[in-house]
Ligand binder design. Structure first.
Ligand code: UD1
Length: 377
């Protein structure tokens, strides 16, 4: 008779951790670390890191893996660029094949990028439960591809890991069961807090004569702000007027680079640089007089760093950065910039506070719940 294997020899539940685009990488790092810590303490939970390849440049992807000590992906689906539908289809097709070849017990997706939605659909259709980190946030603006991704993902999510009470309420209002919602906080903030001491100036810092509190940081990449050349030109002209001669460090996203290259002229004082690695970017933010952005994640980081932030959007899916934090939405009309920055120069910007559970322990809470949820499998 064959001897039966001791129970510890059985492999534990396998969760796919999906990452595809730049804003995913800082969100998965603390979760992977926390799973690793639980394994060291005897947990059987295992993960398979799946990079979809939506972002593939060193500057948009590789630098983040290296700086944040994220392990090499176990699988890279290498989908590359394309339209929304092309990327979605390629990710779904390749991830479905992976699951058919080697099934996991859960699929964990983070944020709101195309990879998030595409992997959630492929997994759920094969009966693999979906965990969504940063679930429940809503801008209400269906012109943003991210909002569609959030709506679709949350409509087929089994376990919702949330960053805010507003997200919890949104999910309950959409019919999610209370016991499937886990208010855990913000993994992006775990990464920020655990790297605060490692932040370092970019190599152009001294050469550009940058001084703490003596410059702005700007990031723009939303199609609504950067795809139309004339509108974009008006926007950066207005920035040039509103900053009262201070330099504006502008790490240029690949989408924005295309529009910028076609402009006949740029305002003086605009210091355009490549997309920055994590440690350099957040060093720049931490020491800036203020940040001008259309990103969502950046408004969370400025809130925790206590740096004034002006968001060039009409809506935000992260209202706590405005109601609690240092962020202010000024819309997309460039004429709103001068009065907003005027209040900053006059010392009238709100101080802000840190939202509940943005405390650096979110990855641990997620790993603990996953362990519990998957223990039976
Ligand atoms: C994506 C996310 C957005 C996120 C942003 C951060 C979606 C719908 N949008 O937008 O939520 O805030 O990432 O960066 O998922 N490109 C490169 N190199 C790369 C990756 C992309 O040159 O490594 C180029 C592509 O060819 C394309 C452009 O950048 O022309 C946009 O890339 P894409 O992945 O389509 O979306 P993002 O605008 O980056």
């Amino acid at each position: 008779m064959m001897p039966s294997l001791p129970p510890f020899a059985a492999p534990g539940p396998l969760v796919d951790v999906i990452a595809g685009a730049r804003p995913n990488f800082m969100k998965i790092a603390p979760i992977l670390r926390a799973i690793g810590q639980r394994q060291a303490a005897g947990s059987r939970l295992r993960y398979r890191l799946v990079h979809t390849g939506q972002h593939y440049d060193a500057r948009m992807s590789g630098d983040f893996f290296q700086q944040l000590n994220i392990p090499e992906p176990d699988v890279n689906l290498e989908v590359g660029s394309g339209t929304q539908a092309e990327q979605t289809a390629a990710i779904m097709t390749r991830y479905e094949k992976l699951l058919l070849d080697a099934r996991s017990q859960a699929c964990l997706v983070v944020g709101d990028v195309t990879s998030t939605m595409a992997c959630a659909i492929a997994a759920q259709k094969l009966g693999v439960p979906v965990a969504h980190v940063e679930a429940g946030i809503r801008s209400g603006d269906w012109s943003m591809p991210e909002e569609i991704n959030r709506l679709v993902t949350d409509s087929i999510t089994n376990w919702f890991f949330t960053t805010s009470e507003v997200a919890n309420r949104n999910l309950l209002a959409s019919g999610a069961r209370p016991q499937s919602i886990f208010f855990v906080g913000n993994t992006m903030i775990d990464t920020l807090l655990s790297n605060l001491e490692r932040l370092r100036p970019p190599d152009f810092w001294a050469g550009a004569g940058l001084q703490p509190g003596g410059y702005f940081v700007m990031t723009l990449h939303r199609p609504a702000n950067v795809d139309d050349g004339e509108g974009f030109a008006r926007l950066i002209d207005a920035v040039g007027r509103a900053v009262r001669g201070l330099p504006v460090v502008f790490p240029v996203h690949p989408r924005t680079a295309k529009t910028l290259a076609a402009l006949p002229q740029r305002p003086a004082g605009l210091l355009t640089v490549d997309p920055q690695p994590y440690l350099e970017f957040n060093y720049l933010v931490r020491h800036a007089k203020g940040v001008i952005t259309d990103s969502g994640g950046v408004t969370e980081e400025t809130t925790v760093l206590g740096v004034p932030c002006v968001t060039l959007r009409n809506t935000t899916e992260r209202p706590e950065t405005v109601t609690i934090g240092t962020n202010e939405l000024i819309g997309t009309d460039p004429s709103a910039l001068e009065p907003a920055l005027g209040r900053l120069f006059e010392g009238q910007w709100k101080k802000g506070a840190i939202p509940p559970l943005w405390d650096g322990r979110t990855g641990e809470r997620i790993a603990e719940e996953l362990d519990r949820l998957l223990a039976a499998t």
